[in-house]
Ligand binder design. Structure first.
Ligand code: ARG
Length: 461
């Protein structure tokens, strides 16, 4: 059976494997809304420019409405013979309205059509990702507010470093996710130019109005070069880069949830709604959602690498290679949306074990820096020397199996005779975090001020 779109030049239909490698409808049917929107804008413009009659444009618009209903209700007869979403819709339009449908493709090619559809899709995906990030930020802000003064160990090398507040830790992610949102907003701004009207690659001899179609589709302007318009996929690469960086951040939060819920940390408990059990071990409550959110990073980053590789060294203008842009991009944004929603749910539902966190914050001589700082402040010791003295006191406490705030004054004085009783005021974990009032530091008052600032900012965005 010859192809109904280009059968004129062909004597035979395609081999089965030709059809199999060429078909994209199973993937790009997700572009149906964008495709219809683009066709509507194109048809209306063609009529205004006198390229088709108003009656034809009217028939096309009605036919497209009907197709939208059919797709929405599941009644649309998708056909793999018709390769992709563009040809499926056009063929159905022909069935529904007859001859006017055949006039729609004047001054247009599937090359500018798919570039337009895909830009519209990626634009929305960027907006959705930003909204998902905002919801996650809101969940983290609630936790930060509740736990502005909840002390936990801060780590470097995953070894106890200094006490921090859990609120401060949550706010670190709020900052990261704000930058992620910024990257999606940047990608959106740069991609918001319209390829429609570039036609196959060279532009068209019809007197089209590209400003009109660009405006109707919410683009800032038409793309200025027809070859670039149909060849560019850096808009998808940029969105995928933002997605990959974001997924990387999500994996760090997910990993911390896995650690915190491990009984060896015991800092957090997930709700039943966000845990799974084991088919053999009755006691189990596993953080599967956090693990999967962590794993999605591999898929999202894979999508970026995949499309970078597809696009590398492609000569201008369109090549069919570019059809492979969509599956990976759809998958990456689906994965990202799931990971964002799952993490927002876990964060909102998670309960923290404040007593355990506080106790853990005191292990590992976490206030040794406070001791050194005290020696500098009180005895006017140079910091390097204070570091050495505090180090010897830590070694002594370790030998005696005591935390710093339990070590006897005589023991400290054996190392540095000028130490007084007053030193104990800086050795508790609460004193430690309360003293970190430098801008950006972990003190509970700082956390409260930052929560207020973020609430304000999120309510205005
Ligand atoms: N399905 C194609 C894609 O996604 C549409 C463009 C086809 N253009 C062409 N000249 N074969 O890229």
């Amino acid at each position: 059976e010859k192809n109904q779109m280009w059968g004129g030049r062909f004597a035979e239909g395609p081999a089965a494997v030709m059809e199999a490698i060429n078909v994209s409808i199973d993937v790009d049917r997700r572009l149906w809304r964008e495709d219809i929107e683009g066709s509507r804008a194109h048809a209306a413009m063609l009529a205004r420019q006198g390229i088709i009659s108003p009656a034809d444009a009217e028939a096309i618009a009605r036919g497209l409405d009907r197709i939208a209903q059919e797709i929405e209700s599941g009644a649309f007869p998708f056909s793999r013979k018709l390769e992709d979403i563009h040809l499926n819709i056009e063929a159905r339009l022909k069935e529904l309205i007859g001859e006017p449908a055949a006039r729609l493709h004047a001054a247009r090619s599937r090359n500018d059509q798919v570039a337009t559809d895909f830009r519209l899709w990626v634009r929305r995906a960027c907006d959705d990702a930003a909204a998902g990030l905002k919801a996650l930020q809101a969940a983290l802000l609630d936790k930060a507010e509740t736990h502005a003064a909840t002390v936990m160990p801060g780590y470097t090398h995953l070894q106890t470093a200094q006490p921090v507040t859990f609120g401060h830790h949550c706010l670190a992610y709020v900052e990261m996710f704000a930058r992620d949102r910024g990257r999606f907003a940047d990608a959106r701004r740069r991609l918001n130019e319209c390829p429609l009207g570039a036609a196959a690659l060279a532009g068209t001899s019809f007197p089209i109005d590209r400003d009109a179609t660009a405006g109707a589709l919410g683009f800032d302007r038409p793309m200025a070069n027809s070859l670039d318009a149909v060849s560019a996929r850096d808009f998808a690469l940029e969105a995928l880069s933002a997605a990959a960086i974001c997924a990387g951040h999500l994996s760090r939060l997910a990993e911390e949830i896995v650690l915190w819920t491990s009984p060896h940390f015991g800092f957090a408990k997930l709700s039943d709604a966000f845990s799974t059990g084991s088919s053999i071990m009755p006691q189990k409550k596993n953080p599967d959602a956090a693990e999967l959110a962590r794993a999605k990073t591999g898929r999202v980053t894979g999508a970026l690498v995949s499309l970078l590789t597809v696009m590398k060294a492609l000569p201008l203008a369109y090549s069919k290679d570019m059809q492979e842009d969509k599956a990976v991009t759809f998958q990456a944004f689906d994965d990202l949306a799931l990971a964002l929603a799952a993490l927002a749910g876990m964060v909102a539902d998670m309960t923290m074990d404040e007593a355990r966190m506080r106790a853990a914050a005191g292990w590992g001589f976490s206030t040794a820096t406070d001791l050194a700082d005290w020696l500098v402040r009180t005895l006017d010791m140079p910091f390097r020397e204070a570091h050495h003295v505090a180090g010897r006191i830590v070694a002594l406490a370790e030998r005696k199996g005591l935390t710093l705030d339990r070590l006897a004054l005589e023991d400290m004085r054996a190392v540095e005779p000028r130490i007084t009783e007053a030193v104990y005021s800086v050795l508790s974990v609460d004193a430690s975090v309360a003293s970190r009032t430098s801008y950006g530091g972990t003190a509970p008052d700082n956390v409260r001020a930052q929560v207020a600032r973020w609430r304000d900012r999120l309510s205005q965005e």
